[in-house]
Design a binder for this molecule. Structure first.
Ligand code: UTP
Length: 274
């Protein structure tokens, strides 16, 4: 139903400097796996096999990660370490990857618009921000959203309750709860002050977007912090009742910040020891 996933991965990752001076944020590992690989695995769990990445200067490690390293494979063939590459090898065999570069970092909305050339205009697509690492309760978060898309056939954003002290970091929704955890969104504001926020429901880095979003993004002027915001474009769809907010089942770690990164590392370390 959803065949393609877009990974906007061009941001500078300034919250993680100096680590991200040369290393793409998406290549930071949680245990032994880079964030972007967790993201691709989540997309695969949702049945997606076409991965489209929006990268930028200094992000070539992303392309190399999803390619075969023959020298390395030759080196470890037959050794006890060979199995360590099985997971990534399966991804490379089963998926196709394409890349385009965002030349100027003009925001998430602009990054998604840059991905139009990879995604096309035929069908709805997923968007996954790999620095938001999600662990679904029974199934992956994107897989949950694909199920919802089958019912509603409109754009879907994953939402989460966040403390009001943090609300200014997020896009925030207002809407009517039409079923437990499912909201028909009627307003959304990017990075509001706590006293302007329409709720404590924040959008996190998982979206399903209908392709008319590209035309809307083209018309969307720069908003908060001079960037083209996906939240502003989604508000146009929300005005027509065409955006669902979904309180996903599971847990999210904001691995774009050191505290979220440490929490994720601890969480997955304890899981791996069970
Ligand atoms: P962030 O707000 O986390 O920005 O972007 P950032 O630059 O990556 O990190 P900080 O805040 O400087 O530490 C959210 C997502 O949107 C992508 C980022 O790569 C990240 O996945 N993005 C953002 C782009 O691809 N292009 C942009 O111009 C902005």
């Amino acid at each position: 139903m959803i065949h393609k996933c877009l990974f906007p991965a061009a941001g500078y990752g300034t919250r993680f400097l100096p680590a991200t001076k040369v290393l793409p944020k998406e290549m930071l590992p949680i245990l032994d796996k880079p964030l972007i690989q967790y993201g691709v695995e989540e997309a695969m769990e949702a049945g997606i096999r076409t991965m489209a990445m929006v990268t930028g200067r200094g992000k070539r490690a992303l392309e190399d990660h999803f390619d075969v390293n023959y020298e390395l494979e030759h080196q470890i063939r037959g050794s006890s370490k060979e199995g360590l590459l099985t997971g990534i090898r399966r991804i490379i065999d089963e998926c196709t990857f394409s890349y385009t570069r965002q030349i100027e970092m003009k925001g998430l909305g602009h990054a998604i618009l840059t991905g139009e050339t990879l995604i096309g205009r035929e069908e709805a697509f997923a968007v996954l921000l790999a620095d938001d690492l999600c662990e679904g309760r029974d199934t992956g978060v994107l897989a949950q959203m694909v199920e919802l898309y089958k019912r509603f056939e409109c754009s879907i954003v994953a939402i989460e309750e966040v403390p009001m002290a943090d609300i200014h970091k997020y896009g925030v929704i207002a809407g009517e709860e039409i079923e437990p955890g499912i909201f028909r969104i009627n307003n959304m504001i990017e990075k509001p002050a706590a006293d302007q926020a329409p709720s404590n429901l924040a959008i996190i880095g998982r979206y399903i977007l209908t392709p008319d979003i590209f035309d809307i993004l083209r018309e969307t002027p720069p908003g908060t912090s001079g960037e083209i915001q996906i939240t502003d474009a989604l508000r146009v769809q929300a005005d027509q009742g065409r955006v669902i907010g979904y309180k996903f089942q599971g847990q999210r770690f904001d691995c774009g910040s050191p505290s979220g990164f440490v929490a994720a590392t601890n969480h997955f370390y304890h899981l791996s020891r069970r």
